[in-house]
Structures are given as structure tokens and as C-alpha cells.
Design a protein around this ligand. Structure first.
Ligand SMILES: [Zn+2]
Length: 354
């Protein structure tokens, strides 16, 4: 991945953006995409929608969600400890002993989620994961008044690890779910910037996926696309304890994952594979027998229905503070999707038939 693009991805993952608080990441996206799109607008929900105009009236929407899981301040106790509730699917067992960032009126407050030392835990306490309501964030304040000067109810909280490269393109960071998708929709726009294409390409950084696919719903209604593709992360199964009989064989560095199943239009599925072959990009196939938990689900049932696809980036340790992905999978996904965008026009038939 070229240096400038890597920096863009670093800026995305490190910008705080728990669901409902996405604008710092959206600002990174806006600043990048403005150079490559004909129009960029932010809607009232907070979705950022970039448009590259095409030569036909076909509308293609690519969507990656900009929100990440996180926490939110809901109570400050008399001793100045900050109590919190989750934003999205947070694994409580992983919280004790981690550092967090609290964002208060644009100011960063550092904190640590405390835990009684192992020496002091009762034998039965050692065996069970703590409950969320028993955890607290220590910001170093001596009492409630001191804490209230620095944090307030409703402040958003993120995990703090930034991006580090482990080896040759394999990186670890918080929030690759789903800054990976935002990166890809932006990279497709960049790749096509100097070309004329038939479809009107909408690259959307959507809000609030982690709390119910909410930004994809509003942005898809507004755009009214004929074809929609969500770009998200999926569980890699190439690490200890993953059952390939149940979860299939998905590996880091083996390319983007194309989903197939009821959430996916069969013509879109075939065209995505063809685009991958044409672009000489390795890809993997994932069986998705139900509606997926991704923005592809919201896209497909928009209005009278959208021809929907789903491209996923293999991800280890999803929703932990230190997810792991391969940067080359991002670059390959962008290449594949740029080729897909080149291939379709208003004569392409997406109606499923035998
Ligand atoms: Zn997620």
C-alpha cells in the first residue's frame, strides 16, 4: 500500500467515532474524498456521501460504516470514578486493565479501567468475567467535583490503541471494523478519479451501523441506488480455536471476501467474481445463508429492493481493542470494486432468473 494511502487509513482508525459520534472520522473522510469526487455532502444523520457522476442514469452505492464500538459516560460517583455503558457490541471480559480515551467538549481525557489486583480476588471471582456495572474508569480525579470538571454524562469513550504494523502489511489497531470499509469506498473513488464510467458512483461513509445499520438505511433511502454494495469486515478463521466446519475458511492476506446467499443479488455476486478475475485480484467466498448483520441487509430491503452485494475484509479478534487485518486485502478490495464499477451500465440486468 502506498505511503499516502496508509496514512489515510491510520488517520481513519485513530479518529474517534463511536456510533453517534462519528464526525472526527467523517472529517478525515471528507478531507480525503473531496479531491476525487464531483460532489461531497453530509446529510442530517451524519452520513458523508461522495458522488462521481457517470454517463448513464445507473446509480451504484458503495457503503462502509464509519462508526466503531465504544463506551459512553453515564454516571460519575462520589469518589470521582466514571461509570459507563457500551456503544455497540463490547466484550466486557476484555475491559479491565485497558486504557481508554474520553472525549469531553473536544478535549481528550485519558483513563484506565480499573480492576482489583489478582492477589485480592476471591477464588470464585477469578473464574468469572466481571459485570459491566462493576467496572469503572479511573481518570485520576480525587472526587466527583474534580471529575466533573473534565468529563460529563454522555461523553463518548474509545479504546486507545492506535495502528501498529506487526509484519509486512499485517497491522493491529482498534476500529479496523469498519474504517476498513470507509478506506475501501474512498480508494475506489480515487482509483476511478481520472476515468469516465457509466454509473453514478456514490461512495458513502455511513453512521451508526454498530447500533442497527441505521446510517445505511437513511443514506440508501436518499440515494435510491439500483445497485448497492456494503464493505465491512468478516471473521477470519485462520487462528486457534476457529471451527472451519462452521465458519468456513477465511484467511488474512488471501484477498477480499465475496458473500453469497439470500442477502446477495445473484447477478451482483457473479459480476463481483468476474471483476476480481479481470482485475487479477485474489478473492475468497463466504456462505451467508441469512440476512447478514451488515449494511448489506439495510441496502437490500431499501424501498422496492436494491441489487445488493457484500465485500468483506478478513478480520481477527473483531470488536476487541486490537483487531488484526492485512492491508493488502484493502487494496485488493478497492481494485475489485473499481473494476465492478467500470463493468456496469444501465443495460446491465440485475433481475434474478434461472
Ligand atoms: Zn462491528
Amino acid at each position: 500500500m502506498e505511503k499516502k494511502m496508509k496514512q489515510f487509513f491510520i488517520d481513519l482508525v485513530e479518529a474517534p467515532s463511536p456510533s453517534g459520534f462519528e464526525q472526527p472520522a467523517q472529517e478525515v473522510y471528507r478531507n480525503f474524498i473531496g479531491k476525487y469526487a464531483d460532489e461531497v455532502k453530509t446529510d442530517v444523520h451524519g452520513n458523508v456521501i461522495a458522488l462521481k457522476k457517470g454517463t448513464s442514469d445507473l446509480r451504484l452505492m458503495l457503503v462502509g460504516h464509519a462508526d466503531e464500538i465504544g463506551l459512553m459516560v453515564n454516571y460519575i460517583d462520589d469518589n470521582g470514578f466514571v461509570r459507563f455503558v457500551p456503544i455497540g457490541g463490547v466484550d466486557v471480559a476484555l475491559l479491565p486493565g485497558t486504557r481508554v480515551n474520553i472525549y469531553h467538549n473536544g478535549q481528550l481525557v485519558r483513563g484506565v479501567i480499573g480492576r482489583k489486583a489478582i492477589h485480592l480476588l476471591q477464588p470464585e471471582e477469578r473464574k468469572v468475567a466481571p459485570k459491566l456495572e462493576d467496572l469503572w474508569i479511573d481518570i485520576g480525579a480525587s472526587n466527583r467535583e474534580a471529575a466533573e470538571k473534565r468529563v460529563g454524562i454522555g461523553d463518548a469513550i474509545t479504546f486507545s490503541p492506535g495502528l501498529e504494523e506487526l509484519e509486512g502489511g499485517v497491522i493491529t489497531s482498534k476500529a479496523t471494523d469498519n474504517k476498513a470499509g470507509v478506506y475501501v469506498v474512498a480508494a475506489v473513488m480515487k482509483e476511478l478519479a481520472k476515468e469516465e464510467i457509466a454509473c453514478n458512483l456514490y461512495s458513502v461513509a455511513a453512521v451508526q451501523e454498530e447500533v442497527g445499520l441505521r446510517g445505511a438505511k437513511t443514506s440508501a433511502f436518499g440515494i435510491d441506488p439500483h445497485v448497492g454494495i456494503a464493505i465491512d469486515v468478516t471473521h477470519a478463521t485462520d487462528f486457534p480455536g476457529m471451527n472451519k466446519n462452521v465458519l468456513g475458511d477465511i484467511r488474512l492476506g488471501f484477498g477480499p471476501v465475496i458473500a453469497v446467499g439470500c442477502n446477495i443479488n445473484p447477478k451482483v455476486f457473479e459480476l463481483l467474481k468476474k471483476a476480481g478475475d479481470k482485475a487479477k485480484v485474489k478473492y475468497q467466498i463466504e456462505a451467508a445463508p441469512r440476512g447478514t448483520g451488515t449494511d448489506a441487509n439495510a441496502l437490500q430491503v431499501n424501498r422496492a429492493g436494491v441489487a445488493t452485494g457484500l465485500i468483506s475484509i478478513p478480520n481477527r479478534y473483531m470488536h476487541t481493542q486490537n483487531e488484526v487485518i492485512h492491508l493488502e486485502d484493502l487494496a485488493a478490495a478497492a481494485k475489485l470494486l473499481a473494476e465492478f464499477a467500470r463493468q456496469i451500465d444501465n443495460t446491465t440486468d440485475f433481475i434474478p432468473k434461472v
